[in-house]
Ligand binder design. Structure first.
Ligand code: FBP
Length: 262
């Protein structure tokens, strides 16, 4: 872990990463209710909101669309990803090198690790490589730390999520992105297990404004340093009011209800 407070993907010690790698991870089905968002420019526009500290995309989207947004948006380039068509044990092939991400103008890189999968050994070796190369470019590594695989009964239990943050610290991530383990207490334990390494909460499928903001409030109370979110933001026709509220909950630590009322 290296300190990342000075990184552009951090604002006042916190981050709001807007993720849009769903076309690969889930397929166009995620865009069905908002077909206009199939145009990646629409989501890059959303990422120009002050609350957003980085946009997480795959290499192809970065190549095609980031040049028009590099003055207004910080880039977090995902280096691996898998399609929903893959039916084997969880795995995530590397599709972009750290050098290439740096050439694209990345401010950080992202890497998914499925600890517990039968492919854990290879994924850890790939992580070692990208983590060490990222140090040469001074790029923080955000680990999508998602334990899953045959042997894992519950991938969001408190002990699994605490394990996810701890292993990310131990193998050299700079930020761990994990799913919400269901309570403030469990998230607080997971943040504690991460030592000084920042933990950000993953978004999940779309819920109401209040439900989502309350979970973010609980995560921030627990010590999370922000959010890496996709569907809960860009699956809304107009994400701006939610981003205005998220800005208050994350950076000003306002309660969800108050943030929504203003
Ligand atoms: P969401 O906020 O939409 O859940 O996005 C976060 C994210 O990690 C994306 O980067 C990724 O595409 C997706 O979730 C993967 O989720 P899963 O593997 O659980 O389907």
């Amino acid at each position: 872990m290296i300190p990342i407070d000075d990184s552009p993907i951090v604002r006042d010690g916190k981050s709001l990463i807007l993720a849009m790698d769903h076309g690969l991870e889930h397929g166009p089905v995620d865009f069905e209710g908002v077909p206009e968002k199939l145009d990646p420019s629409t989501v890059f526009e959303t990422a120009t909101h002050d609350a957003v500290t980085a946009m997480a995309v795959q290499k192809g989207i970065a190549e095609g669309y980031y040049p028009s947004y590099e003055d207004d948006v910080n880039l977090l380039c995902k280096l691996n990803g898998t399609s929903n068509l893959w039916m084997g044990e969880p795995d995530s092939p590397v599709n972009c090198s750290v050098d290439y991400a740096a050439d694209l103008g990345a401010d950080a890189v992202g890497f998914t690790v499925y600890s517990g999968s039968n492919h854990e050994v290879e994924m850890y070796e790939e992580f070692r490589e990208i983590q060490e190369q990222s140090r040469e470019h001074d790029l923080p590594v955000v680990m999508w730390s998602y334990p899953r695989g045959q042997g894992l009964k519950n991938d969001t239990s408190p002990s699994t999520i605490a394990y996810a943050t701890r292993l990310a610290l131990e193998i050299g991530a700079d930020v761990a992105k994990v799913k919400y383990p269901g309570s403030t207490e469990a998230m607080a334990y997971a943040c504690k297990a991460a030592g000084d390494m920042p933990v950000v909460m993953s978004g999940g499928s779309k819920v109401s404004d209040y439900e989502f903001l309350s979970t973010v409030e609980a995560a921030v109370d627990a010590g999370c340093k922000g959010l890496a979110v996709g569907r809960n933001v860009w699956q809304r026709e107009n994400p701006e009011p939610l981003l205005d509220a998220l800005e208050k909950v994350i950076y000003e630590e306002e309660p969800a209800e108050a943030a929504l009322e203003e």
